[in-house]
Design a protein around this ligand. Structure first.
Ligand code: C2E
Ligand code: MG
Ligand code: MG
Ligand code: MG
Length: 288
């Protein structure tokens, strides 16, 4: 191989592979310590209810506070944790911590927790939800589980069983990143979602593209017809808020309202531009 590709190509390729594999091994080893030493932190991002104009819930987003590397984002370790099945232990910690935070610090607000496909299908998943609720004393109705379409791809029956059991517990279920996976409309009629989260890739271009606006409009109508709440994620500008409100979204989440932050660092009042946007009348603005 070395001779065919040339000596340099071969060396660079081989070294690159080694580095990637080594980095991954180090990360994996560090992850097991991270679980034991509880190096994880939950940041919270507010969800704004467009009907009441109030913060009625928060999404819990994990960060890894690495002793040497500092804060590591979920994109950089969740996939590794998922492949080594460590995600199950991490996910259990997230559930416990999120429920505890909600009871101790969040008043009546709801808490949303992301659950990965492997954790969702793990035998102990339902028990870990029950335990988290029992130990914290959180009312089930204040907890929401966010799953993505990937969870539903294989073995529909089992996924449906788990979702029904969650419902029976009284826990809310949300379909995250809607429109980005192998979306099938039939999921929506078969599975008992309480809310759908429109992926931020749609939200991002909602004010610049008639086509995207048409898609958002359709998702809202569809969700409505099925009795689901519509949440838009990744809202960054007042224009997006005004449009999404006019389209009939129930809730928004995004940097415009607030970035994910550790508990206790959240502003107590809505940013001025959010208040202004909430008061804007899109019909009047469009048709002077
Ligand atoms: P997600 O559940 O779709 O979470 C939304 C992501 O969008 C978060 O990234 C959030 O910080 C980011 N975001 C929020 N508002 C805005 C905005 O206005 N603009 C932009 N550009 N981004 C925004 P984050 O915190 O890096 O999390 C990434 C993903 O990692 C999450 O996507 C979720 O799938 C996963 N994740 C996070 N926490 C957990 C966890 O505890 N367990 C599991 N299994 N997955 C998690
Ligand atoms: Mg989410
Ligand atoms: Mg999402
Ligand atoms: Mg995501």
């Amino acid at each position: 191989r070395a001779k065919i590709q040339g000596r340099n190509t071969y060396c660079i390729f081989e070294e690159g592979m080694d580095a990637a594999v080594r980095k991954r091994r180090v990360l994996e080893a560090d992850l097991s310590a991270a679980i034991e030493e509880e190096q994880f932190v939950l940041y919270l991002q507010p969800r704004l209810d467009l009907h009441s104009s109030g913060i009625t819930g928060y999404e819990a987003l994990i960060r890894w506070n690495h002793p040497k590397k500092g804060i590591i984002e979920p994109a950089d370790f969740i996939p590794v944790a998922e492949q080594s099945a460590r995600i199950v232990a991490i996910g259990e910690w997230v559930l416990k911590r999120a429920c505890q935070m909600a009871v101790e610090q969040l008043g009546a607000a709801r808490i949303s927790v992301n659950v990965s496909p492997l954790q969702f299908r793990d035998r102990g998943f339902l028990d870990s939800v029950r335990t988290a609720l029992e130990e914290s004393g959180l009312k089930a109705a204040r907890l929401e589980i966010e799953i993505t379409e990937n969870v539903l791809i294989e073995d529909d029956e089992r996924a449906l069983e788990i979702l029904k059991a969650l419902k029976k517990l009284g826990v809310g279920i949300s379909l995250d990143d809607f429109g980005t996976g192998y979306s099938s409309l039939s999921y929506l009629s078969r599975f008992p979602f309480d809310s759908i989260k429109i992926d931020r890739s749609f939200v991002h271009s909602v004010s610049g593209s008639e086509n995207v606006l048409a898609i958002v409009e359709t998702i809202v109508r569809l969700g409505r017809a099925l009795g689901m709440r519509i949440v838009a994620e990744g809202v960054e500008t007042p224009e997006q808020l005004v449009l999404l409100q006019a389209e009939g979204c129930d809730e928004i989440q995004g940097y415009l309202v607030g970035r994910p932050q550790p508990l206790g660092s959240h502003a107590t009042m809505l940013p001025d531009q959010v208040v202004e946007a909430l008061l804007a009348d899109p019909v009047r603005d469009r048709d002077p």
